[in-house]
Design a protein around this ligand. Structure first.
Ligand code: MG
Length: 213
């Protein structure tokens, strides 16, 4: 079992809790990553739901080596402040949600880029606590919420994260939200127990309904 990340900085009030993914939920990931690839002489060919094997050199038209793709992801995360922007209504909706609930960001990103992500979120006035980890999300959300008798919701674009939280946290409203892109059409679909939000205003409505007694 993987060790849990440090959660000591998270202080919750006696209110409902929203745990929210960042990449491709709050901040655009795919679109700016494609722009970054173009600047690096490559492009994504969305043949399946993975980056490795699907990034093509603009000069040779060959798929880049896996190590080169991993390196590009790392340099993108390092430079994220120059590339990533929020989705429409994400910032406004999270500020509205904050009036009713605590918000915690749970971002599946190498923790060594946490400082860049923190600065980027802070610059957008999204100062909620953040956990950056590559460990499964279910045990982390369970450790944050524990057994508090308060409503909880989790938002993510990846089915496996939503399923992981559903398995570890009882009575959690699971909300799936993802960009409308070609590669996301290849993504595994979440189960029937997961709600689908079409955009941030819709997510805000689902959250308010879940949190209102
Ligand atoms: Mg994501």
């Amino acid at each position: 079992m993987s060790a849990l990340p440090d959660l000591d900085h998270i202080r919750l009030s006696d209110r409902p809790l929203v745990v929210c993914d960042v990449d491709d939920v709050v901040l655009q990931f795919l679109a700016p990553f494609e722009a970054y690839l173009a600047a690096e002489g490559a492009r994504l060919l969305p043949r399946s739901f993975r980056l490795h094997g699907n990034i093509i050199s603009l000069t040779s038209n060959e798929a880049l080596e896996d190590q080169r793709v991993s390196d590009l992801l790392e340099t993108f995360f390092e430079a994220q402040e120059r590339w990533q922007t929020p989705f429409a209504q994400a910032v406004e909706t999270l500020h509205a949600v904050e009036r009713q609930a605590d918000v915690v960001f749970l971002t599946a990103m190498p923790p060594r880029f946490a400082a860049q992500r923190r600065r980027l979120l802070d610059a957008l006035h999204l100062t909620f606590p953040m956990v950056a980890t590559e460990t499964p999300k279910g045990p982390v959300v369970h450790a944050i919420h524990q057994t508090r008798p308060l409503p909880i919701a989790f938002i993510d674009d990846m089915a496996h994260n939503l399923h992981s939280v559903g398995e570890h946290v009882e009575d959690c409203l699971l909300i799936h939200m993802m960009p409308d892109s070609e590669i996301h059409r290849h993504a595994p679909k979440p189960g029937e127990h997961v709600a689908r939000a079409l955009d941030w205003p819709h997510a805000g409505t689902l959250l308010a309904r879940h949190f209102t007694p």
